[in-house]
Design a protein around this ligand. Structure first.
Ligand code: NAP
Length: 299
């Protein structure tokens, strides 16, 4: 019987720890954890994500500040806001919601965020720290950090002897995921659109992680019996069975058929998704603790 990994429940346990850590920081040091979220433009999906992040930050007892900027915002104006927030001692985490409107360079903006406030873990300093296995002073990208927590709950801290395949090599997910797995001693393969015979590569995985953006691409015959399958994809597809014009979310894994062969699997929605926002809160309270010289381990 397959184990469906309950990301909502595990995310809730992370949030409980974040709330306790932020309350303790305020009580002991008089420091209220501060998160600034910047959104540029009016993309509805981005507004939904940002709204959820700001609400969760408030729920965690943070000072949650949201900057909603118009689509016409210039590179200089956005850069000036980041500079101001970098210097603001009440702000411990800065998140710029991606994607930015096309006329803005997201890379320049991300790299201008102070590494110690880069709670999305995308600054090259944090990427480099992850690459050399420094988990003490860096900040790790939220979605891979969340996926790794789900994997650890199943397999423990040490993945020695286990083979992991990550499908997808983005800076946001695939590469940091591979680093986290490698740091935990897994034997890691990163597959992508130029990989030959992807089903064969995937069948070698004890832990298979899909982050592609193609609905239900991973089929049952791609999966080793007894594998752990982590589905990162979020794809909206037509669902005429629910009525005219209706849609539903699916992952990159064909959930029903892969459930027949895997030992554990994350659902979409309710798997990796809730972990992302929980890890953002965790990174922010970790960053706040570091400002008073305390190392905080939440996961
Ligand atoms: P991305 O930047 O578009 O990267 C997609 C990766 O998939 C690329 O490395 C690409 O290979 C690879 N790929 C594309 N088609 C392929 C194919 N047919 N076979 C093998 N590999 C293929 O996407 P991303 O930002 O990593 O996100 C991936 C998915 O995760 C999306 O569905 C996204 O919505 C979801 N996501 C979810 C969360 C969450 O909170 N749960 C967070 C982030 C992302 P190349 O490099 O060769 O082009």
């Amino acid at each position: 019987m397959v184990q469906v990994i309950d990301g909502k429940q595990i995310a809730a346990s992370v949030i409980d720890k974040v709330k306790a850590a932020s309350a303790e920081l305020q009580a002991r040091n008089g420091v209220r954890t501060g998160l600034a979220v910047i959104i540029v433009g009016d993309d509805p999906a981005s507004h939904t994500y940002v709204g959820a992040k700001s609400r969760m930050a408030k729920d965690c007892g943070f000072n949650s500040v949201q900057y909603t900027l118009s689509t016409e915002t210039s590179q200089e104006e956005l850069a000036a806001l980041v500079t101001t927030l970098n210097a603001d001692e009440s702000i411990h985490g800065i998140l710029v919601q991606l994607p930015l409107p096309k006329h803005l360079s997201s890379e320049a903006i991300i790299q201008s965020i102070l590494p110690e406030k880069d709670v999305d873990g995308l600054n090259v300093v944090n990427v480099g720290k992850l690459a050399i296995g420094d988990m003490e002073t860096g900040l790790v990208s939220c979605t891979p950090a969340g996926a790794m927590l789900l994997i650890r709950r199943k397999h423990g801290e040490d993945l020695s002897g286990l083979t992991a395949v990550v499908i997808g090599r983005s800076n946001l997910f695939g590469k940091p995921m591979a680093q986290l797995l490698l740091n935990a001693n897994a034997t890691v393969t990163v597959a992508h659109s130029r990989t030959n015979n992807l089903p064969h590569v995937c069948r070698g995985a004890d832990i298979l992680i899909a982050a592609v953006g193609r609905p239900e691409m991973v089929k049952a015959d791609w999966v080793k019996r007894g594998a752990t399958v982590i589905d990162v994809g979020i794809n909206r597809i037509d669902a005429p069975e629910r009525g005219k014009g209706k849609t539903r979310l699916v992952g990159d894994v064909a959930f029903a058929e892969v459930s027949e062969v895997s030992e554990s699997i994350t659902p979409v929605p309710g798997g990796v998704g809730p972990m992302t926002i929980a890890m953002l809160m965790a990174n922010t309270v970790i960053a706040a603790h570091r400002t008073v010289g305390r190392a905080l381990k939440i996961f």
